[in-house]
Design a protein around this ligand. Sequence first.
Ligand code: SAH
Length: 212
Amino acid sequence: MVDQATVVQKYFPNLAEDQYSRLAALVPLYKALNQKVNVISRKDIDNLTIRHVLHSLAIGAFYNFKAGTTIIDIGTGGGFPGIPLAIIFPDIQFTLIDGTGKKIRVATEVIEQIGLDNCKAIHQRAEYCTETYNYVVARAVTRLAGLVKLAFPLIHNKSTNALPNGLITLKGGTLTDEIAEVSKSHYIEEHALEKKFQEEYFKTKQLIYVQK
Ligand code: SAH
């Protein structure tokens, strides 16, 4: 069993006590909620800290954001990567959306139980969103080209961070073809998560940034 506090602190040593305790509280909370609605696979639920919490936080290991930045997590499922990110970035406003109502109910329950006031979850498909944000984040939603199409209408052009507004996505597997499709027309940054995270799980995982 992974020691939650130790593994999160190893990579994020400068968080406040209440941030560590909120991240730790996610484990029993999701375990309980997942009994009713399956938002996390059986295999992953026993590795929740690494595969969901730490994987979501990987975005924060590569990029930092100024207070007031707005981020929408599309296809958030039960709240990943949005909820762990909202815990470590309390001055950033997070909107979490998913087209599946029962998953959004899980995310809403977690937000309420943790008492996260910089994060709201909405049952909506990305195609129907009308507001715009600095960044879209997404994990495991669809192919990169499809994601760019869904994400870009939701991103405005007023950048406030060193990193221009865009899409930040967490993906696994071989992405050469997916990236080639998009890189002809867009500026892309690729980061192998194994550069920062030593656990086996991260060996095949990447973070992709696509500038708007
Ligand atoms: N990001 C979560 C869930 C991934 S599963 C995680 O990593 O755990 C993919 C999710 O995307 C599903 O819950 C599905 O309902 C949602 N989804 C797919 N297309 C969508 C769209 N166009 N708008 C909103 N949600 C979408």
